[in-house]
Design a binder for this molecule. Structure first.
Ligand code: ATP
Ligand code: MG
Length: 355
């Protein structure tokens, strides 16, 4: 299979974890005779330094022509100061918007060898296998007006807007994903208070008619946030709007206790997607060969599965990660007492050996 993959290294540990991801993909393409073409583009702080723009047009063009995009991480203290009006994160927001990546997917699984690394009890997390689908291009983060008013600018306004089409497309994607999993969909809203949530619920109920095999439930976001750490194993697929999804997906990422392990995908209808680890640029450990590359490597597995339909190859990567962890190898970020601590490159070597 021939595929063009845009490689956006970004900042901090981005380049280090990306190097691992590309090596893993090369190993996969050697085994299965795929033709993966890697093309690099600038994004984030690195792009600001190079050309004063966190998302240069050349990068956007490259991404538009690619079958999938891999992103390391963007941001860091170098570009944080208040004198900087151009920020690395703007590059990320813009690429999602320009490419119409409206569904953000974050799977959360309990990895048996890491169960004791979580702050939650073993019994609570050992069967966790859930997927959060967050709407990414609408809602409070993009609604207009969003401004300060008043003589003393003492009034702040943000606006929560959704139209039916925006809700339909993300809900439909969530139903499709649930159908391939345990066939349960939990839609999270605040329908007792918000009009947009009441419309969200109507759309979910209407779309559900096309998926009679999928069990649907509605849950209020306050209740969902409690249930997520109380009994997380009850969830299969969760679908929700942008702000609620932002909060719930960070909460869920802590269930298994390891930010460095978690992958994410941002998709549109044709399944072109941007894949990145959940963690940020981790400037404190950048350049030290300490970063956990597994979140990035598992993002590669998501890309193979969702954008390319290569289930078998994706499973091999996921099984290799499990095997290496079971063998006791781990990077320093994982709170594991036994086993062997390894560097970023050693971890990648172990995964490739296993592949
Ligand atoms: P951002 O604003 O980009 O989301 P953040 O400040 O919220 O970044 P991260 O940079 O993701 O947070 O990480 C917080 C801390 O967790 C890091 O400083 C680092 O110590 C640790 N960390 C994050 N990702 C990894 C990783 N892949 N490997 C090892 N440690 C990590
Ligand atoms: Mg963060």
């Amino acid at each position: 299979m021939k595929k063009r993959i845009a490689i956006l290294l970004g900042d901090g540990i981005g380049p280090e974890v990306m190097q691992g991801a590309v090596r893993v993909l090369q190993a996969i393409s050697d085994c299965f005779q795929h033709d993966f073409i890697f093309e690099q583009g600038l994004i984030g702080g690195a792009a600001i330094d190079e050309c004063g723009n966190p998302l240069p047009d050349t990068t956007l063009d490259l991404c538009s022509k690619s079958d999938a995009i891999l992103l390391g991480a963007v941001g860091g203290p170098k570009w944080d100061s208040t004198t900087h009006t151009i920020r690395p994160e703007q590059g990320l927001l813009r690429i999602r918007k320009e490419l119409g990546l409206f569904a953000n997917l974050r799977p959360v699984n309990a990895y048996q060898p890491l169960i004791h690394a979580s702050t939650l009890k073993k019994e609570v997390i050992e069967h966790v296998d859930l997927l959060i689908v967050r709407e990414l291009t609408g809602g409070l983060y993009f609604g207009k007006p969003s401004e300060r008013r008043g003589v003393n600018k003492d009034l702040a306004i943000d606006t929560l807007v959704y139209n039916v089409k925006e809700i339909e497309r993300v809900v439909d994607k969530a139903f499709q994903l649930a159908r391939k999993r345990r066939k349960k969909l939990t839609s999270v809203d605040k329908a007792n208070v918000l009009e947009s949530s009441r419309m969200w619920r109507e759309v979910v109920n209407r779309v559900s008619a096309n998926y009679p095999d999928v069990q649907v439930e509605h849950m209020l976001v306050d209740s969902a946030s409690m249930q997520l750490i109380y009994r997380p194993e009850q969830f299969d697929v969760i679908v929700t709007e942008n702000l609620f999804g932002d909060i719930l997906s960070d909460e869920a990422s802590m269930i298994t206790g390891s930010l460095g392990m978690l992958p994410s995908a941002s998709l549109r209808s044709d399944m072109v997607g941007l894949y990145e680890p959940v963690h940020g640029s981790a400037p404190d450990i950048a350049g030290k060969n300490l970063a956990n590359p597994l979140g990035m490597i598992l993002s590669v597995a998501l890309m193979l599965k969702f954008s390319f339909g290569l289930e078998k190859e994706a499973n091999i990567i996921e099984e290799s990660v499990m095997k290496v962890l079971t063998d006791g190898f781990h990077t320093g970020d994982l709170n594991v007492q036994q086993g062997t601590q390894v560097s970023t490159t050693e971890m990648v070597n172990k995964i490739i050996d296993s592949i």
